[in-house]
Design a protein around this ligand. Structure first.
Ligand code: PLP
Length: 397
């Protein structure tokens, strides 16, 4: 056997790892109800027609060329305009269009982290915030977000965890997996810490327009004196996760990010470019009608409220009602092994969720994550099964 690299074998990705046993069940002809993956297209959502048309036209017009490594200029112009609406002052030179936010994270962590250097990420978090810093020999350090406080960041915990090796603080707002939305006060407090310690902020805004009641506030507007990298893309708000288009935008302060910018740009050039025709799809998304967003949120609200009601009725379960995105991070009283819990539920009741410790072994344990993306009748079927499972589980624990 030719050995693989240690770093590649270290990679874990809970959201997809739990899928493997589900596939085994499906191979045996068993119907598995899936509440595991943050992909609206898997349920009854569709990429809006005008966006699909623009992408199809780009393909038909043979827009099959390599685009500039930093992305098509007209798309970057549209991104500048979008960010301007949030009070963010950047130019087209500050943007790199990427193969999704996930690629942007790879570029950022690879550019920012020398071996042993640290990045503070929310706990629980979207798993690549753990995977990629580790992959690049850095150290992701999770800061606490507090369930009893609506999963808001514990700012004192962030402060305590800063060391001479800390390079950046990441904020995911609204958050995956908790659905928490961070308002102006906490963003300002985090930005103050960033400024005080000469760090930079990573602001993952992929769910920016998926808020149930609030208007999104950009940390770049609140804190003009803090270097930051803003992340966003087509996957969630524009319902096209498989297109793999996103961007990073460098909002610098006093040239603090000059070298990291160069590190990112060098990598961007080495990987040529993001998918060209689908960049034109994203352009249409940003420039075209936005009506689908309200419609999406109305559906998600009904589904969120339904899940909240069911969870409340099941002894042993509780959930903080999310303010944004489409995830619900459900607590199981007295659950010591959430991975076993999720796998047992899959095996016995054929409902697939994701174990909480996959999002953070410290702050995510004892939970499981579901998506409130499916229609109510699908959710009803799934929660009937979860209810039955909990009855047995409670008896045994
Ligand atoms: N960032 C967060 C917080 C996410 O939850 C996700 C997907 O679930 C992504 C980024 C992925 O973004 P993309 O599809 O643009 O790679």
């Amino acid at each position: 056997m030719i050995p693989a690299s240690v770093r590649s074998l270290r990679i874990e990705y809970a959201i997809r790892d739990d899928v493997v046993p589900a596939r085994e069940l499906e191979k045996r002809g068993i119907e598995v109800l899936k509440l595991n993956i943050g992909d609206p297209i898997k349920y009854d959502f569709k990429t809006p027609e005008h966006i699909r048309k623009a992408a199809a036209e780009a393909v038909m017009n043979s827009r099959s060329e390599y685009s500039p490594s930093e992305g098509l200029l007209e798309l970057r112009e549209a991104i500048v305009d979008k960010e301007k609406e949030y009070g963010v002052d950047i130019t087209t030179d500050d943007i790199v269009v990427t193969t999704g936010v996930t690629e942007a994270l790879m570029l950022i962590f690879a550019a920012a982290l020398n071996p042993g250097e640290e990045i503070l990420v929310p706990g629980p978090t979207y798993p690549p915030y753990i995977t990629y810093p580790t992959f690049y020999d850095g150290r992701p350090i999770t800061y606490r977000t507090v369930e009893e406080d609506g999963w808001q960041p514990d700012v004192d915990d962030i402060r305590k965890k800063i060391t001479p090796k800390t390079k950046a603080i990441a904020v995911i707002n609204p958050n995956n997996p908790t659905g928490a939305y961070y308002g102006e006060k906490v963003l300002r407090e985090i930005a103050d810490i960033v400024a005080e310690h000469n760090l930079f902020l990573i602001s993952d805004e992929i769910y920016d327009k998926m808020l149930y009641d609030n208007e999104f506030i950009s940390p770049a507007k609140i804190a003009k004196d803090v270097p930051m990298i803003i992340l966003n893309g087509i996957s969630k708000v524009y319902l096209a996760p498989g297109w793999r288009i996103g961007y990073l935008a460098i909002r610098d302060y006093e040239n603090s990010l000059a070298e990291i910018r160069e590190g990112i740009m060098k990598q961007a050039r080495a990987r040529l470019c993001a998918n060209t025709p689908l960049q034109l799809g994203y352009l249409a998304a940003l420039k075209g009608p936005q009506d689908h967003i309200r419609e999406t949120m109305n559906r998600l609200r009904e589904r969120r409220d339904y899940v909240a009601k069911r969870v409340q009725e099941i002894p042993g379960l509780s959930v903080v009602i999310p303010e944004g995105a489409f995830y619900m991070f459900i607590k199981v009283d007295g659950c010591r092994d959430d991975k076993k819990f999720v796998l047992d539920m899959l095996r016995e009741k054929h409902v697939l969720t994701v174990h909480g410790s996959g999002f953070c072994p410290i702050y995510g344990k004892g939970h499981f994550r579901i998506v409130n993306l499916p229609p109510v009748d699908y959710l009803a079927k799934a929660f009937d099964r979860i209810e039955e499972f909990m009855r047995d589980w409670k008896r045994a624990h």
